[in-house]
Design a protein around this ligand. Structure first.
Ligand SMILES: [Zn+2]
Length: 390
């Protein structure tokens, strides 16, 4: 109970601070004495610190409390099929060091786990942060991932099944390691630090190498059974359509993700090698019909997928994210038009749609925010885990 109350106070300070003790009492519903005791403990252990004083409002001036962003550090890694990107962050997920690492050699779970651990050790060393100050490592990757157990149930890139990857990396590092679907990590970032703050129901659709979906229902990530949620990319949009990486035919991803666009323009458009979305978007902008049609076709199918999301969940907010957003209006306008045409009457009214480009750094930061989420949601922030002062 004590740990839970302490965590409640810490979370309120993290999400709404700086706050006075009086405000904390009002927001937490705890007694003045309990708040005072917890705050003293958090000050002693270095989790929070006192800043200035609130504006003079006629009453007594009050000392404000703020989360100490360097009370610990978190590490985020995004594991992709041929490389890893990582970020060392403080507790507000300010990126202190960003690293990229190609993945060569064997892709067995053990080899990858060891590589990930080495990347973390090197990055911490380069940042000058000792392991004792690290609260945890978050890893985001595509596939069916159980965020509770840290097990990769299915990885489309490595063809792994039921691999306890979090445990293996943790064994190499001697640090807590958390795992989640990469789109979920991005969704958690939006929830903790981005546009999803204080939004009860929202969805994040990512467009890039694949098409993903993160869903927040009633302020919590919806994880379904074993974490297998949000495989929007593998919804069938054309029965017997083109073959998808997953082995099935006609998946949204096979028709609308970035590789589908590259396949459509291949041989018809003179582009640099490797071709980039930006180059295709530029060609479309200059009136090239092939480029425009390839982007519009992708947008059309994405719109069908998005309409499914709205018809099923009707969230308050949808964030369209991922690298594929950089293709711009030639892809996104057809997407939004199709969305409007295929959404059930009136459901789209009042649904806010935000488009947000994402780069590798944002994915790495997302994985780091996975740890922040765990840290402040669980009652494990105990008085024992005080801030080391070395
Ligand atoms: Zn598929």
């Amino acid at each position: 109970m004590r740990a839970m109350n302490r965590n409640l106070i810490l979370n309120i300070i993290r999400s709404q601070g700086p706050l006075s003790r009086t405000q904390l009492t009002e927001l937490s519903g705890l007694s003045v004495g309990a708040v005072s005791q917890i705050v003293n403990e958090l000050l002693t252990t270095g989790w929070v610190y006192e800043v200035g004083e609130s504006d003079y409002t006629g009453g007594r001036r009050q000392v404000m409390l703020r989360l100490n962003p360097t009370a610990g550090y978190v590490v985020g890694l995004k594991l992709m099929e041929n490389r890893v990107v990582g970020a060392i962050c403080d507790l507000e997920t300010t990126v202190l060091n960003y690293v990229e690492h190609p993945l060569t050699g064997v892709h067995t779970p053990d080899a990858i786990a060891e590589t990930l651990a080495q990347i973390v050790i090197q990055a911490l060393y380069d940042t000058g942060i000792t392991r004792e100050k690290v609260r945890g490592v978050g890893i985001g990757l595509a596939g069916v991932i159980n965020g509770e157990t840290g097990i990769v149930h299915y990885s489309p890139f490595f063809h792994w099944q039921h691999i306890p990857l979090a445990d293996r990396v943790s064994r190499y590092l001697g640090l807590p390691v958390y795992l989640d679907n990469d789109v979920n990590t991005l969704t958690i970032t939006e929830q903790l630090f981005g546009s999803g703050r204080d939004v009860a129901n929202f969805a994040v659709m990512t467009i890039g190498r694949g098409v993903g979906l993160g869903v927040v229902i009633n302020h919590a990530i919806y994880r379904g059974h074993k974490g297998g949620v949000g495989e929007l990319g593998h919804v069938t949009v054309v029965p017997d359509g083109p073959l998808c990486d997953c082995g099935k035919r006609g998946c949204l991803e096979a028709l609308a993700a970035d590789p589908a666009i590259f396949r459509t323009v291949q041989g018809k458009l003179a582009l640099g090698a490797p071709p980039t979305l930006e180059a295709i978007a530029q060609a479309a902008e200059q009136g090239n019909k092939t480029a425009h049609e390839a982007l519009a076709r992708s947008g059309y199918y994405l719109g069908l997928g998005l309409a499914i999301v709205v018809n099923l969940f009707c969230p308050d907010l949808i964030i369209i994210s991922g690298e594929g957003v950089s293709a711009g209006a030639h892809r996104l306008n057809p997407m939004l038009n199709t969305l409007r045409q295929h959404t059930f009457n009136g459901l789209l009214d009042g649904v806010e749609i935000l488009v947000k480009a994402t780069d590798d750094r944002a994915w790495a930061r997302g994985a780091a925010s996975l740890v922040v989420g765990k840290l402040f949601e669980s009652p494990l922030v105990s008085s024992q885990s005080s801030v080391s002062t070395q």
